[in-house]
Design a binder for this molecule. Structure first.
Ligand code: ABU
Length: 366
């Protein structure tokens, strides 16, 4: 019996990780939560169904390459077991035409110390996504006597969980920004909702983004679940589509974090970092003007890097500005091609979920 699960942050030496798979991925039908994220003039509006096979193969080739690079550096890599995602999701509370994917694992699984929590995600199409990870979690449970396997309260995702007619009209970018600043998002406070990728783990402190995929009730759940932790609700008023914190505020090592310069870090949080002598550096500008086709994420996947230890980081190979900045910040940079995977749910950090990093629960902000 050995210790398999342990991770308290995103920068201590990575020893064991899950890397997603793109097999059978679908563009899901519109639903209250996703129509929110798809811009009204996007070609993805109104279309759904299996993603073109050629794009799935290209994404898988890059995911496999990521797994290979990690293994070459001594990191153990596990892979999920994709379902046939083109099946409908039917519960007593809703019906939607298909599932989505088991990319990216970072949205579904949250590792805090020796615990992995299956998140309470707000997309109906992602309702069963955790099943792709069950064989792995079951194996960890059998092999690691200290592993805590948890699931946040399963949301019902009934109509009560969303504000309806919320974006029926064409909404300008300015209006979206006003709504973000007012913390006015598509989900209601009917039940606990969060994506794991909205949670930034820094030892005893969890910085949780309140946005399109995570609500206030989730913050309250985290406060009660972890009474010895400090839970910080963060809202980035410069982000018109606030979904996941890992292309906004990305720690590289203790004392250093890069910050999306368009997404205005609130003063209250800035003070916490500065008071404890952390350096907050504006991330380099993305090298691309647009995300790849059929991609839900923004060009800021440029900063969605995977930190292997306090000195080593994997960055997308075409993100030349980000590569250069990491080098200047004293990191050894491993560039790998990954843009073909972006459309399947995100960048290098999104596409992985921590199982084991060395290190313990530190208090970085005493
Ligand atoms: N899953 C990260 C996406 C963040 C962004 O679109 O900027």
């Amino acid at each position: 019996m050995t210790k398999i699960v342990n991770s308290w942050n995103d920068f201590d030496p990575l020893k064991h990780v899950i890397v997603g798979r793109a097999d059978h991925s679908c563009v899901p039908p519109e639903e209250p939560a996703t129509s929110e994220k798809v811009p009204i003039d996007s070609p993805m509006r109104g279309m759904w169904g299996p993603r073109p096979l050629e794009t799935v193969e290209k994404a898988n080739a890059q995911l496999d390459n990521l797994a290979r690079v990690l293994e070459e550096r001594g990191v153990k890599v596990d892979r999920p077991s994709p379902l046939q995602w083109n099946q409908p999701v039917i519960t007593p509370d809703f019906r939607t035409g298909s599932m989505m994917t088991c990319m990216p694992p970072r949205d579904t699984l949250l590792t805090i110390g020796n615990e992995i929590i299956e998140a309470a995600m707000s997309f109906r199409c992602r309702y069963w996504e955790y099943l792709a990870f069950r064989p792995l979690l079951s194996q960890y449970f059998n092999e690691d006597p200290e592993f805590l396997w948890s699931q946040a309260p399963r949301p019902r995702l009934s109509d009560k969980s969303y504000k309806h007619n919320y974006y029926d009209e064409r909404i300008s970018l300015e209006e979206r920004l006003v709504r973000t600043a007012n913390k006015d998002f598509v989900t209601t406070e009917e039940e606990i909702l969060f994506d794991a990728a909205d949670v930034l783990r820094l030892g005893k402190d969890l910085f949780i983004q309140h946005g399109l995929t995570t609500n206030r009730k989730a913050m309250e759940w985290f406060k009660r679940k972890y009474p010895d932790f400090r839970i910080h609700a963060v809202n980035f008023p410069g982000d018109p589509y606030p979904i996941h914190i890992d292309a906004t505020f990305v720690p590289l090592r203790p004392g250093l974090i890069i910050n999306n310069p368009h997404r205005k870090l609130p003063e209250a949080q800035r003070k916490i970092f500065e008071k404890n002598d952390w350096q907050i550096v504006d991330a380099a500008m993305p090298a691309h003007k647009e995300p790849p086709p059929l991609c839900y994420s923004s060009v800021w996947l440029s900063m969605n890097c995977l930190v292997l230890d306090h000195k080593t980081v994997i960055v997308e190979a075409s993100e030349t500005n980000q590569l250069e900045q990491m080098d200047k910040l004293g990191m050894n940079v491993i560039p790998i091609h990954f843009r073909d995977a972006y459309a399947f749910g995100g960048g290098l950090h999104c596409s992985t979920a921590d199982v084991y990093r060395e290190g313990t629960c530190e208090d970085y902000f005493p």
